[in-house]
Design a protein around this ligand. Structure first.
Ligand code: FPP
Length: 240
């Protein structure tokens, strides 16, 4: 079933990816930024496929941040169009492969067409037991943490729970990633070494791997290399 680059026990359960560098990839080729994003969506397919084949439990992708609305209108529209296209074109196949889709982020702030396809994708694949594919859309980690704090504060104020009951489990249950394993490996492409408000709580003990390739050039081979790097790390979780 698998040509996994490392033995199963050394694979991460949960991989998160900041898919950076679409704009630079396009610029290098004298093409508009939107072309880079289109190539970026095309790059997704082999990575999702590899996760399924190699037995990675969860893949979380940063598709659109709460800050990305400040980009030029044309680029925002192009990204929104691509998100719709991705769901419309891919949902049958993803569903057939048992992929379970979850959206992370504030969908109430997403245009209606994208919200509708995203909600339909979640409803349709929600009971699937294969790869957990999480797509962060209108997502910001600080906002997610504040939202969790507010939800817990409300529970405390109503007497449903006591402040002392707020532990990692209770807090994690209020995040968009509730029920998912903590992130083991965070990959960022394009040589940038930043977290950019992505999964701040969930990456507490994640290994960070930064690769030079821009996202459209992130192939199955580059992914395999990142997994090999991860497998060679000595994870100590604060212990010796
Ligand atoms: C960063 O490159 C990339 C983004 C802000 C968008 C990433 C989104 C996709 C690849 C589409 C995802 C769609 C689905 C359905 C998951 P950049 O534009 O910041 O590149 P630059 O740093 O070179 O300018």
């Amino acid at each position: 079933m698998t040509d996994a680059p490392v033995p199963q026990q050394l694979l991460p359960r949960h991989v998160a990816i900041i898919m950076d560098g679409n704009g630079r990839w396009a610029k290098k080729r004298g093409m508009p930024r939107a072309f880079g994003h289109r190539k970026g969506v095309e790059a997704l397919e082999p990575i999702i496929e590899a996760c399924g084949q190699w037995g990675i439990e969860a893949l979380t992708l940063f598709a659109f941040s709460t800050e990305n609305w400040a980009r030029p209108k044309d680029e925002v529209n192009a990204l929104m169009g691509l998100i719709n296209e991705f769901f419309n074109r891919k949902i049958d196949e993803l569903n057939r492969k048992g992929v379970c889709i979850r959206m992370l982020g504030d969908l109430s702030g997403v245009p209606e067409p994208q919200r509708r396809v995203a909600e339909a994708a979640m409803a349709r694949t929600g009971n699937n037991t294969g790869l957990k594919l999480n797509i962060a859309l209108n997502y910001g980690s600080q906002q997610e943490i504040l939202r969790a704090a507010q939800r817990l504060a409300r529970k405390c104020a109503s007497g449903e729970m006591a402040p002392e009951d707020i532990d990692d489990e209770a807090f994690s249950a209020q995040l968009y990633t509730a029920g998912l394993p903590k992130v083991d490996l965070l990959i960022r492409t394009s040589g940038e070494q930043r977290i950019s408000n992505f999964l701040l709580y969930q990456i507490a003990y994640a290994e960070l791997v930064f690769v030079e390739e821009n996202w459209p050039d992130f192939t199955r081979e580059v992914f395999a290399r990142a997994l090999t790097t991860y497998a060679q790390r000595d994870r100590r979780f604060g212990k010796v």
